[in-house]
Design a protein around this ligand. Sequence first.
Ligand code: UT7
Length: 327
Amino acid sequence: MTVRGCAMTGWGTALPERVVTNADIMTLFDTSDEWIVERSGISTRRAAAGPFVADTPPHHPPAGLGTTGQLAVAAGREAMAAAGVDGSGIGLVILCTTTPDQLIPASSAAVSSALGIAGGAMDLNAACAGFTYGLVTASGMVSAGVDRVLLIGAETLTRATNWDDRTNAFLFGDGAGAVVVEATPGETSLLGWDLGVDGSQVSILYADHGSGMVMKGQEVFRRAVRATVASAGLSLERAKVGVDDIALFVPHQANIRIMDAVADRLGLPKEKIASVIDHTGNTSSASIPLALVDAAQSGRLVDGDLILLAGFGAGMTWASAVWRWGH
Ligand code: UT7
């Protein structure tokens, strides 16, 4: 039997222009730069909407990086260029997002059209675990016969933030990251994975139609650490590798304290954590690809390196994967 492997062959990112500082946040409610940095590790985030940006309806956007779709297109275009492929070579777009531009249709439809993609397109909403859910799905589609999947995590969380809620409004930011997952001869790069959800925990983090996010921060924090550690342990076990074999840990960038606590419990040194949270904030589905691409572009990865990805989020969802870098 011919083994059909897969690899990441291109990657890219996009961020809206507007930088929102903690000083900006301090104009909204009673807080401080010291408190936000100490409790979350966030100094700045990028915003496509919200109180610091002249807003436009998401489905009638101007040119730019103001919508989830536009951010996805920009990151996707960069990833395709890096992989040396145009739209005719992409068999499927998976757009991981929890903030689509419209209820109907899926935002991936417009993204696919803008990028001239020949194949199918779908949105995937697994909240902040979305990109890792998407990576497992993309790998499965490559095994099933698709030659190249464009996998994108893109969000405009600033459209779903409750800007009056000082307990969490400072956390969120906008952005996108994308990778091309491509069929290769040989073994798959997805060595082990775990996907999960506990739907009895919907009430700890949700947003109803037309209203901002509601989050019980401490509840989410506690459960996030526990679920991420357990899931990562399963992925390592299924990949038949030890934690010391991991060269880079790419966690969901929700809060530096959660990232540190998970790494610590897994026995991973802080130097192995990929972190962009100080200047992106929590970008949900976009956070793992933003951190991964940052690590790749800054030369932290060499072919053969094992990467552990792990996310968790509203649902409550969780997902982890052990991935072999290079091809
Ligand atoms: O990505 C998906 C999931 N989301 C997350 O992973 C977020 C998980 N949760 C968290 O990251 C943290 O719970 C937060 C960063 C949201 C909050 O940090 P915390 O250490 O859990 O703070 P807390 O809610 O326990 O609040 C501590 C204190 C409270 O005062 P008292 O009761 O101790 O007097 C709050 O009233 O900090 C107060 N506080 C603030 N102070 C200054 C709450 N918000 C603020 C604020 N500025 N913005």
